[in-house]
Design a protein around this ligand. Structure first.
Ligand SMILES: Cc1ncc(COP(=O)(O)OP(=O)(O)O)c(N)n1
Ligand code: 3NM
Ligand code: MG
Length: 216
């Protein structure tokens, strides 16, 4: 059965980990309450990517946190990850679904309202609204959508949604208040001096904000 929680979604980037291993970052983040982890490595051989994926799977197993692979359908299959994240220029959704099967999680980036309308025709498991804000972590993005972009997209989308891009503890609550089911972050956890503490703080903000929206 496919069940997952988008509320605090860590996306990795080894180049931002301040020399610490991804196993360390991911384990600390798991202790701090992240609910999903995406292995996203843009400068990695296939062998390294596969080995890193296997290591992260081991780290996440005790916490029951799904491992999602960015871009690489072959790696997702090879390591039997829980899912794959694809963007608008990646493997077409239909092919990914055919190869991964119905039980795996597939996430799709949406960069504008039309992408979200098109995604309604697909049985993706979640959408990544990207980017919400500009970020030095990824500069080849579509224009930032802002909080209004989130509101417009969640209003018409039939899929659970997570915001990504420039999100940290100063603006995390606003992403949830705008209607997203969760936040996705790279640097706010990966580059934190204490990744567990960073995750705990984000976890607390999200929990409080979700509680507020339920009581409204
Ligand atoms: C949760 C989430 N949302 C969006 C993205 C961006 O994916 P993509 O547009 O394919 O860009 P790259 O990450 O591959 O550079 C994401 N990775 N995760
Ligand atoms: C992986 C990714 N995708 C984006 C998109 O807009 O598609 S922005 C991004 C990086 C987000 O990093 P940070 O949390 O450090 O801002
Ligand atoms: Mg991609």
């Amino acid at each position: 059965m496919k069940s997952f929680d988008l509320s605090l979604y860590l996306v990795t980037d080894r180049s931002l980990s301040l020399g610490r291993t991804l196993e360390y970052i991911v384990t600390e983040a798991a202790k701090g309450g992240v609910t999903m982890v995406q292995l996203r490595e843009k400068d990695c051989s296939t062998l390294e990517f596969y080995q890193q994926a296997m290591l992260l799977k081991e780290c996440l197993r005790p916490y029951n946190i799904p491992l999602i692979i960015n871009d690489r359908l072959d790696i997702a299959l090879a390591c039997d990850a829980e899912g794959l994240h694809i963007g608008q220029s990646d493997m077409p959704y239909a092919i990914a679904r055919k190869l991964l099967g119905k039980d795996k999680i597939i996430g799709l980036s949406v960069e504008c309202l039309q992408d979200a309308i098109d995604a309604n025709e697909l049985d993706v498991d979640y959408i990544g609204i990207s980017p919400v804000f500009g970020t030095p972590t990824k500069t080849d993005t579509a224009p930032a959508l802002g909080l209004n972009g989130i509101r417009e997209i969640v209003k018409i989308s039939r899929h659970p949604a997570v915001g990504i891009g420039g999100i940290n503890r100063t603006n995390a609550a606003n992403i949830i208040l705008a209607g997203a089911d969760g936040i996705s972050v790279v640097s706010a956890i990966t580059s934190a001096t204490d990744p567990k503490e960073a995750a705990l703080q984000l976890r607390s903000i999200i929990n409080q904000t979700i509680k507020k929206t339920i009581n409204q």
